[in-house]
Design a protein around this ligand. Structure first.
Ligand SMILES: Cc1ncc(C[n+]2csc(CCOP(=O)(O)OP(=O)(O)O)c2C)c(N)n1
Ligand code: SF4
Ligand SMILES: [Mg+2]
Length: 313
């Protein structure tokens, strides 16, 4: 059972006065992540909403040393920081526990432009945690499509709806045979906290992807961020799982859906709450478009059910 939200530590690494939108899911997720990582960490960020809202030194909105790095480089930059810390430790110039090095990167910086450097870091099994807060678009620059944007979703570069299904990024990371991969979302902060605690305890590359419903890009009222996140999971549009040393375990409530013990909420309830879908679901082909999204979800669930039978490390 996941840690109860009331039992999370009081420590706050996201400071008041940062510039994120009210109800920003990335910032919300970062609060839970901060409670698990604590102060002894170094943060790297690629261009994104998380950078646009962090403020400027000395009035930084995040309570860690934070490095703004080039869009494509999270995997390489974090590797460099880890190597430097190891050398300092070896030479006796770093006292105490070595800080956790973590990337806080959007889906654009993870699925698309940062993929090569991230894949290379994972192949080397660098001792980093890569967090992808996934708002399913390039939000900071006006909501363009990314590899994480789901099929039939409106973005400013897919005005008639995205034609392709989203990439299975967490699975791709799993196939790098790294020690830990997990998915999470803001409606389940205790689950996210537990997964970060586990990642922090393991050496090597860890990948945690957090579905982050962005009211601006998805088109819903900002106070609905958490309920949209919950609905994503309950409808099967987002699956919660973790894989420690290659062994996939589904997290609640996804585990119930995968095992057939509980029923998915109707997908239309999820889609109709977001204008990025409703504007695509008005014409004569609306039913077909809903069916295509449904098929993508069912295919992913069926594949994950099978994939969980195999442990590879
Ligand atoms: C090499 C390069 N290309 C493009 C940009 C412009 N840019 C800045 S933020 C951003 C979108 C980032 O998207 P994502 O990583 O998903 O983060 P989000 O904005 O959604 O938080 C883009 C395209 C840039 N800074 N550098
Ligand atoms: S646009 Fe979305 S992801 Fe970006 S700061 Fe606002 S709510 Fe957060
Ligand atoms: Mg994004």
């Amino acid at each position: 059972m996941a840690t109860n939200i009331k039992k999370l530590p009081d420590i706050e690494q996201v400071l008041s006065g940062n510039g994120a939108c009210g109800g920003c899911p990335s910032t919300m997720a970062l609060r839970a992540v901060g409670k698990a990582l604590g102060e002894n960490a170094i943060m790297l960020l690629t261009p994104s909403c998380a950078v646009a809202s962090m403020g400027m030194t000395p009035r930084l909105g995040y309570n860690w040393p934070a490095m703004n790095i080039c869009f494509a480089t999270a995997g390489a930059s974090a590797s460099g920081v880890v190597q430097a810390l190891e050398i300092l430790k070896e030479k006796g110039r770093l006292e105490g526990e070595v800080p956790t090095v973590f990337n806080w990167v959007g889906d654009g910086g993870t699925y698309d432009i940062g993929f090569q450097a991230l894949s290379a870091a994972a192949e080397r099994n660098e001792n980093i945690i890569h967090f992808c807060y996934n708002n399913e678009a390039y939000s900071n620059t006006g909501v363009q499509r990314s590899g994480a944007t789901p099929r039939n979703s409106f973005t400013t570069t897919t005005p008639t709806g995205k034609k392709q299904a989203k990439k299975s990024m967490a699975l791709l990371m799993l196939e790098h045979r790294i020690p830990y991969v997990a998915t999470a979302t803001v409606a389940y902060p205790g689950d996210l906290y537990d997964k970060v605690m586990k990642a922090k305890s393991l050496p090597g590359t860890k990948y945690i992807e957090i579905l982050s419903p962005c009211y601006l890009g998805w088109g819903f009222d900002m106070e609905e961020t958490v309920s949209m996140s919950r609905l994503a999971v309950q409808s099967g549009a987002w699956l919660l799982w973790e894989a420690e040393h290659g062994k996939i375990e589904f997290s609640s409530p996804t585990s119930g859906l995968i095992e057939g013990k509980s029923k998915r909420k109707p997908l239309t309830e999820y889609l109709q709450g977001q204008s990025r879908f409703t504007r695509m679901l008005k014409g004569a082909d609306a039913d077909q478009r809903i069916a295509e999204i449904e098929e993508d979800i069912e295919r992913e669930m069926a594949f994950m059910r099978e994939r969980a039978q195999i442990t590879l490390i």
